[in-house]
Design a protein around this ligand. Sequence first.
Ligand code: IPE
Ligand code: MG
Length: 221
Amino acid sequence: MDGNGRWAVSRGLPRVMGHRAGIKSVRAVVEAAREQGISYLTLYAFSVENWKRSPREVDTLMRLLSEYLRRELPNLMKNGIRLNPIGDLKGLPAGVRERLRRVVETTRPNEKMTLNLALNYGGRFEILQAARRVAAEVKAGKMKPSDLDEESFRRFLYTEDQPDPDLLIRTSGEHRISNFLLWQISYAELYLTPTLWPDFGKQDFFNALVEYQRRERRFGA
Ligand code: IPE
Ligand code: MG
């Protein structure tokens, strides 16, 4: 979800207003994905690198996140959506963690769609923490190095038993992955659009799906 800052600055507004405006795109895309029967949607909300932003901006992002979680819970319940935060959650403010815990608990029985919310997320960190846990299992004698293959390794990732993403959408005209789901996106179709995140709505999401349907996926075959 990229381009909030530029959206605001181009209107002579402070950057944080772009983040606020971006929430309505989050709502639209979650609803559109759910309508289309998509089982897993991952939103990259805050990366491990985003702490480098000004304290004021980080603080606003955390407050908006808390507000979103509080306001959105009834909608998640109504639409059968389970919230699954992914990332180094220990690094988040206690208030955010507590709210996440509550929403995760409440939405756990929902089965229509899993909404992965990437928070304090980094793809390299995800692979590293997986490698550390594998090493610990080997050291404890619970696993042999030769037991490790792609299937057994993926269970140590935040996305565990989920399928790999089919489609990766990046807004705001950037042509980068920026440390997002590095392991999981090996064969994802990329959809790069110049549209800034606060301008990205339901129709834009549908356009991405239509473009995805035109792609021929061969997985190297
Ligand atoms: C939102 O867009 C991404 C978040 C970290 C929430 P940006 O804040 O990166 O917007 P630009 O790239 O400065 O326009
Ligand atoms: Mg950006």
